[in-house]
Design a protein around this ligand. Structure first.
Ligand SMILES: [Zn+2]
Length: 67
């Protein structure tokens, strides 16, 4: 192997990946599906739920009040 220097950036890339994996931030597109507890259908993340997404259990107000 002619260039030893190229080994270092590769190692650094590996570290970066690990750091990214342990990051707590999850983009909305990855937490975008839940099952509605009322109608049983999967529904996707919406902006209006951005602050309460952890508590959202129903796909709509209708389902929430339907039980
Ligand atoms: Zn529903």
């Amino acid at each position: 192997m002619p260039s030893r220097h190229s080994l270092h950036p590769v190692a650094n890339n590996g570290d970066k990946r690990q750091a990214h994996k342990t990051s707590r931030y999850v983009p909305p597109s990855l937490r975008a599906e839940k099952m509605c507890k009322s109608c049983g259908r999967p529904f996707s993340w919406r902006r209006r739920w951005a602050k309460v997404w952890d508590e959202v259990k129903y796909c709509s107000d209708a389902c929430r009040s339907a039980r």
